[in-house]
Write a protein that binds this ligand. Sequence first.
Ligand SMILES: [Zn+2]
Ligand SMILES: [Zn+2]
Length: 243
Amino acid sequence: MRIVFFGTSHGVPEPNRRCSSTLIEIGERRYFVDMGTQSIEQLISRRIPVESVKGVFITHMHGDHANGLVSFLDLCSWYFRTADPVVCLPEPVEMARDTIAAWIKCNHAEMRPFRFLPVKEGVVYEDEAIRVTAYPTRHLEGSHAFLIEAEGKRVLFTGDLGGPSIDFPVQVLDQPLELAVCECAHFQGMTYVPVLEGKTTLKQMCFNHYTTNATLVPPTEEISKALGDIPVFCATDGMEIVL
Ligand SMILES: [Zn+2]
Ligand SMILES: [Zn+2]
């Protein structure tokens, strides 16, 4: 499994950081957790076939996680016509689906009938390569964290949280978790420590969705020490992790 961070910024882009979007590659199959930036342009600049995108999973409908979906579905509608991604959206799915369709209509095009699936607690999507399980969070109505399981490995994307002590889905730590991708835009990084310390199933932790304001960058060394010296790092745009 290869994880490529297309965007690691918080709610607002920074000079070298785009809003939230992460590509997951399982062999030749690709998936996205969030599409808050022009992810389709990044696919094309990397010469990745748009048709290889099999699923897009949106943690919640804030623009910094979802706005790139519009251009993605627009181009899949009239140009990349053999692309057939499943699009998993928070409920009510119809609101986003119909809004995107209306915008594409404004562009004098027609949205193709993509497969839209609702994100609700439990398994939201499964194919021969990947299983995606959603855990409700308290950031926003309909917001969820996603557990991605593929190639025998498990990775958590927290999405945006109410706070680690409030809604981090600790139950995912009942089994080994290769990586926790944790947002850090809404609280200090150290607030994860009381929730995660002593959880030996966690193998490594990375932060995305953090601000580079000096007082708010997660203190990764301190957090690593508190969590038993596991690797802890801040993701940057373009960073790739192979698990
Ligand atoms: Zn956000
Ligand atoms: Zn948000």
